[in-house]
Design a protein around this ligand. Structure first.
Ligand code: COS
Length: 380
């Protein structure tokens, strides 16, 4: 039986995240957008309140919550600021391969570190010459005795310069193609690891994006996640789960833009009346609402499938793709409703529009989501 009523616990969790976004994220969001300074103070408070590592099982100190619950929280936090939220969801993404593919000992060691202190983990998949074609990686993990030696450069890594741990995907046996890839958890202070300069981004500027450079980094086999050669599949399974969360992030951002547009339309007068009286504006607001509600439904469905142990490659890709395209349209229309003021930094909507653009690109471009969707359709 499908039930759209949230439980009392879910409503309380959502309210907690909403109040946190209102009181702790919104007041500092413009400053982090201007300076691109990393929001450590927000990360620490979110960690203390239990708003991080929500899907990490309770036995490793996490929230033990579902993907669905995680999405409820992400939507609210992103309503506060998508860039600051990306710092938190980047951590969720980095931890997921351990939750999905780690041994009990690895979960205790690495997830235990994340849940016991406000430190971050970064997901290292993309490389300078391979984003969409993720299996075509050049970072190598050479087997030497009981260790692996990692060399090469990862690109556009969220939390790359601030993380204490990295989940890194590297090629051990190119002759096996994607089945030659391994995944490792590597402490950021391991000799040979360094972060590149922080990227100067158009939007989501509060989040930290850098290269991560590996030079003869020695990693014990005990840090490899899963069996030899299972790294690429682990990356794909991780993205199948995380992409519904990106959909939720897009929904939260779009909701913030719609609310700002509604408030402005009621205040701003033209031709002796609030512009909200004009059908041209009303239809734009109605379209925003249609798009936000329908995008939220597919993010909920994808998360529900993950929570019910079903493969959600198709639904998660639709959620990520549809919700981020939706957020781009809604934030663009919000700028339009604000007119000239919307284009100015004194008002919040131009930031929403800049922040939205990145959601169409990260965690797989929306073109790659369509590749995944079409692949699922044709295979089935
Ligand atoms: N779950 C489990 N296994 C999966 C899988 C999934 N969702 N998707 C693929 N696989 C398996 C395949 O079954 C195949 O296994 P076998 O070798 O045993 O047959 C293997 O993985 C390779 O799959 P495929 O041939 O489809 O891989 P491709 O190299 O063609 O790549 C895409 C497929 C494009 C989907 C992949 O490269 C991708 O997702 N790219 C985008 C990466 C991304 O999102 N980057 C953002 C970084 S995070 S910010």
């Amino acid at each position: 039986m499908i039930n759209f009523n949230l439980t009392d616990e879910q409503r309380a969790l959502r309210a907690l995240a909403h109040d946190f976004a209102r009181d702790e994220i919104r007041p500092v969001a413009p400053q982090h957008d201007r300076t691109a300074e990393f929001p450590w103070e927000v990360v620490k408070k979110a960690h203390a309140l239990g708003l991080m590592n929500l899907t990490v099982p309770e036995e490793y100190g996490g929230g033990g919550l579902s993907q669905f619950d995680d999405g409820l929280v992400t939507e609210e936090l992103s309503w506060g600021c998508a860039g600051i939220t990306a710092s938190l969801t980047g951590n969720t993404l980095g931890a997921l391969p351990i939750t999905i593919g780690g041994s009990d000992e690895q979960k205790k060691r690495f997830l235990g570190l994340l849940t016991s202190s406000p430190v971050l983990i970064a997901f290292n998949l993309t490389e300078p010459q391979s984003g969409s074609d993720a299996a075509n990686m050049k970072v190598t993990a050479r087997k030497v005795g009981d260790d692996y030696v990692i060399n090469g450069t990862k690109q556009f890594i969220t939390n790359g310069g601030v993380a204490a741990l990295h989940t890194v995907f590297a090629m051990t046996d190119p002759s096996k193609g994607s089945n030659g890839i391994n995944a490792f958890v590597v402490p950021a202070d391991t000799p040979g690891i360094s972060a590149g300069k922080e990227e100067d981004k158009m939007g989501q500027r509060a989040s930290n994006t850098t290269q991560v450079i590996y030079q003869d980094v020695v990693v014990p086999s005990a840090n490899r996640l899963g069996a030899e050669g299972q790294g690429f599949k682990l990356a794909m399974k991780t993205l199948d789960r995380s992409r519904s969360g990106i959909g939720a992030l897009a929904v939260g951002l779009a909701r913030a833009a719609m609310e700002a547009a509604i408030d402005y339309a009621k205040e701003r007068k033209a031709f002796q009346q609030p512009i909200a009286n004009f059908q041209a504006i009303q239809f734009m607001l109605a379209d925003m609402s249609i798009q936000i509600e329908t995008a939220r439904l597919i993010t909920w469905k994808a998360a529900w499938m993950v929570d019910n142990g079903q493969r959600a490659s198709l639904e998660s890709a639709i959620a990520k793709c549809h919700a981020s395209d939706m957020a781009m349209r809604v934030t663009t229309d919000a700028v339009q409703i604000f007119g000239g003021y919307g284009y100015m930094r004194d008002y919040p909507v131009e930031k929403y529009m800049r922040d939205a653009k990145l959601i169409q690109i990260y965690e797989g471009t929306n073109q790659i989501q369509r590749v995944v969707i079409a692949g699922q359709l044709l295979r089935n």
